[in-house]
Design a protein around this ligand. Structure first.
Ligand code: PHE
Length: 342
């Protein structure tokens, strides 16, 4: 075929190809076919070297015109498509401000988590560090080292889930006291939150619940330090008007042992349903660390003394939020849980 004819045919083919193009993307593909490195027009340019000398000028001009004309056609169409596509995009991205918004549900913390967080924050403000012991304990840490040998009647206070004669689910976070004192010498100031287990189940007891343990050991620690710290804790958790009182009690690992009451924050001490008419609410157990427990951990009880306390996190949550059945804390009912926002 004569090259001139080929040029004319290419010109026509360009027009035909452009007629069916509907987007700038397609346009780009067609452009490559004709003007790309191996496109038809570029191929024609390469044929120039075979054209005889007399015709070179004329064919060269034809080819050049074809290239310029083709580029122009593409440019014009490209402008057109770009404009149209932009308009379409704007149209599709228009926001209808009258549409109702999407509501995103926000979660809330479990009351237990709230109370645990609050307690940690209060006590870490007084210099306590958090230590978490294991939930599966051996008899030694849960009982023996806490001055509760095998035949000790105090073992009956806590109905234990045994996994084997040696291993059990810890009945109290007090087990962690021993682990801390074995590994660290005074001054000790730790807070130990965690789950504990007892074979017990009613409206105010659950086979699994959570405790928060505290332990302070140093030179010259007295019951007054315990009382002062508990006053501070009670005011922060239950309100500034709340008072505390200590009642004598018994735990094998503390001597003396006390039960700690707070004045009823519901009736201010006059007596109501919450405090069962007494004006006082029991919140935790505590005492001075028994000499025998210190000795067992190689801490000299003539040099050092300490206090410990332990409270039920669910119990504090129930009192604080007025929850009357402990089961509510374990059922995971969203209708109940979503009421507790920080
Ligand atoms: N461990 C005791 C209980 O579970 C509470 C307690 C802790 C008492 C520390 C005294 C000191 O009942």
């Amino acid at each position: 075929m004569e090259i001139e004819q080929d040029i004319r045919l290419t010109d026509k083919d360009v027009d035909e190809a452009l007629m069916v193009v509907t987007s700038s993307k397609q346009l780009q593909d067609v452009k490559m076919k004709f003007l790309g490195k191996t496109g038809r027009i570029s191929e024609l340019m390469k044929c120039m070297r075979d054209v005889i000398a007399e015709k070179k000028r004329e064919v060269g001009q034809m080819l050049n015109e074809l290239r310029v004309r083709t580029e122009d056609k593409f440019n014009v169409l490209n402008e057109k498509f770009k404009k149209k596509e932009l308009e379409e995009r704007y149209a599709s991205e228009t926001i209808d401000v009258t549409m109702p918004g999407k509501k995103s549900e926000s979660g809330s913390f479990h009351p237990n988590t709230l109370v645990r967080g609050e307690l940690i924050s209060i006590f870490s403000g007084m210099g306590f560090e958090v230590f978490e012991g294991p939930e599966i304990e051996n008899d030694y840490y849960n009982f023996t080292a806490l001055n509760t040998p095998a035949d000790h009647p105090a073992r009956d206070m806590q109905d234990t889930f045994y996994l084997s004669p040696e291993l059990l689910l810890r009945t109290q976070t007090s087990a962690g006291q021993i682990r801390v004192m074995e590994n660290k010498k005074p001054p000790i100031k730790i807070l130990s939150p965690g789950k504990v287990y007892r074979s017990d189940d009613d409206a105010t007891h659950s086979p699994m619940f959570s405790q928060m343990e505290g332990l302070v050991v140093d030179k010259g620690i007295t019951l007054c330090d315990l009382k002062g710290m508990l006053d501070e804790f009670a005011k922060k958790v239950f309100g500034d008007d709340v008072k505390t009182r200590l009642r004598p009690s018994y735990f094998p690992f503390t001597e003396p042992s006390v039960e700690v009451d707070v004045s009823c924050f519901e009736c201010g001490g006059k007596g109501c349903r919450l405090c069962k008419g007494t004006g006082w609410i029991e919140v935790l157990g505590a005492g001075m660390v028994n000499r025998r427990v210190l000795e067992g951990c190689d801490i000299d009880p003539d040099k050092y003394s300490g206090f410990a306390f332990g409270m039920g996190i669910e119990r504090i949550a129930m009192l604080k939020y007025g929850i009357n059945n402990m089961k509510l804390l374990f059922e995971g009912d969203v209708r109940f849980l979503k009421q507790f926002k920080d």
